[in-house]
Design a protein around this ligand. Structure first.
Ligand SMILES: Cc1cc2nc3c(=O)[nH]c(=O)nc-3n(C[C@H](O)[C@H](O)[C@H](O)COP(=O)(O)OP(=O)(O)OC[C@H]3O[C@@H](n4cnc5c(N)ncnc54)[C@H](O)[C@@H]3O)c2cc1C
Length: 394
């Protein structure tokens, strides 16, 4: 019997799942996907989960994705690598040997040591965080008819912008569903740089800024958050009263790489070569790798397909191809039926942008699922939870 090549994939997110799906048809490989939880976090839908969207859109069981596939699923947390023995040790004490290791562990939240943020702010990086924020919004509004109406979002990147855009309509909906007359609320968006979406072209940033202002969002650009306590946030020397502060402004690379002596770039990402290899037999992809468009789901997908196709080439006795970074299509929804799109050099704003976002969401699910399941999740992404999570009212 021929010894099968052991391919271990660490991380059950955009990159890791795609790599496993691309490789699973190879009969000469044993594919193991190691993930610290048993579902796939579909991050682009999380801002919707925080503002009343259905949780089914942002959490897809791994068992469903890999049903009938030639992939062994292991739910455990990768902690240490013994690179000489080619062995990954996990939290449970178990170890997994590999011939080839693909790592896609994603990033973790970073509060940059700002006092109080870790204790008092909300986040939307996991479904649990998004639901905690949604429940909190309901609780404050339903609170004996004296709603707390100051909301602060920190971070003018895509996540902060999307959440700020979705919040006004949702707050109005929650007030109406609790039988409250519409009340004036304040949503502040704070960004340390002089403009929103600083990584995007100035015209894109300007159009998004205008749209947010039309939705009534107050922007604090060039403002730095200094501290948070139980009922206020200190921003550039001034206190703003709020019991709802959402932190979307910082992530940092997974600590796994520092703990295991990988070579890191000044940005803290893993240095990779033209094959996305960081060292012998170890590939690093997606958010973890120092590549030009790292930080986007589309890049993680692209990297996974690239590495899988090179592994197939090598198995067939061929030579690997070199990585050519691919510029992603940027889509930022801002409020109902409006989105900004940057596609190559073209920029599209408004309803057509929003339709493109809907199409992109469907394509996103389709990357992982057959069309009927992708349709279910896509529909869920466009629906709302029926009841108030606090008092079970509609
Ligand atoms: C709120 C939000 C919205 C976003 N929206 C968009 C968008 O609209 N478009 C876009 O292109 N990108 C978006 N992104 C970015 C995109 O989600 C990431 O770029 C993408 O998830 C990166 O894929 P990855 O495979 O590198 O990491 P991930 O998808 O994060 O996958 C990493 C996986 O590894 C698991 N893991 C972590 N540690 C361990 C461990 N020690 N052992 C085992 N498993 C572990 C994690 O739990 C996770 O499942 C968004 C991100 C966020 C947070």
């Amino acid at each position: 019997m021929v010894n099968k090549r052991k391919i271990l994939i660490a991380g059950g997110g955009f990159g890791g799942i795609k790599a496993a799906l691309e490789l699973e048809s190879d009969e000469n490989s044993d594919i193991t996907l190691l993930s610290d939880h048993d579902y796939f976090r579909y991050y682009p839908a999380l801002y919707r989960a925080a503002t009343g969207g259905r949780s089914a859109a942002s959490s897809i069981p791994l068992a469903e994705i890999f049903d009938g596939k030639n992939v062994k699923l292991v739910i455990d947390e990768a902690q240490k690598i013994d690179k000489d023995q080619k062995l990954v040790r996990c939290h449970s004490g178990k170890g997994f040997y590999y011939d080839t290791l693909i790592i896609a562990l994603g990033v973790v939240t970073n509060y940059y040591g700002i006092k109080g943020l870790a204790e008092y702010s909300y986040g939307i990086k996991t479904l649990e965080e998004a639901q905690r924020l949604r429940d909190h919004l309901h609780k404050l509004i339903a609170d004996e008819g004296k709603p707390d109406l100051n909301y602060i979002i920190i971070g003018g990147g895509p996540t902060g912008v999307e959440l700020a855009g979705a919040l006004p309509a949702y707050l109005r909906h929650v007030m109406a569903s609790h039988g409250l007359a519409p009340k004036k609320f304040h949503i502040d968006l704070i960004e340390a740089m002089p403009r929103l979406l600083p990584a995007m072209p100035a015209a894109y940033s300007k159009a998004v800024t205008k749209q947010l202002r039309q939705l009534g969002i107050k922007l604090y650009l060039d403002h730095k958050v200094q501290a948070e306590n139980t009922d206020s946030l200190t921003v550039s020397g001034h206190d703003i009263k709020s019991h709802t502060v959402v932190w979307t402004a910082g992530v940092t690379n997974h600590p796994f790489f520092k703990n295991n002596d990988f070579a890191l770039s000044p940005q803290g990402k893993v240095m990779v070569d033209a094959n996305l290899m960081s060292e012998s037999n170890i590939y690093v992809i997606g958010d973890n790798a120092q590549t030009p468009y790292s930080g986007l789901a589309q890049t993680a997908l692209y990297d996974a397909v690239f590495v899988a196709s090179n592994l197939k080439r090598l198995a067939d006795g061929g030579l690997p191809q070199s990585y050519k970074p691919k510029q992603p299509i940027y889509v930022t929804p801002v409020g109902p039926h409006w989105a900004a799109v940057l596609w190559g050099k073209s920029q599209i704003y408004g309803f057509v942008g929003w339709l493109l976002r809907k199409a992109a969401d469907f394509a996103g699910y389709r990357d992982y699922e057959p069309w009927w399941r992708a349709s279910e999740h896509w529909l869920a992404a466009n629906q709302s939870e029926e009841t108030c999570p606090i008092c079970a009212k509609h």
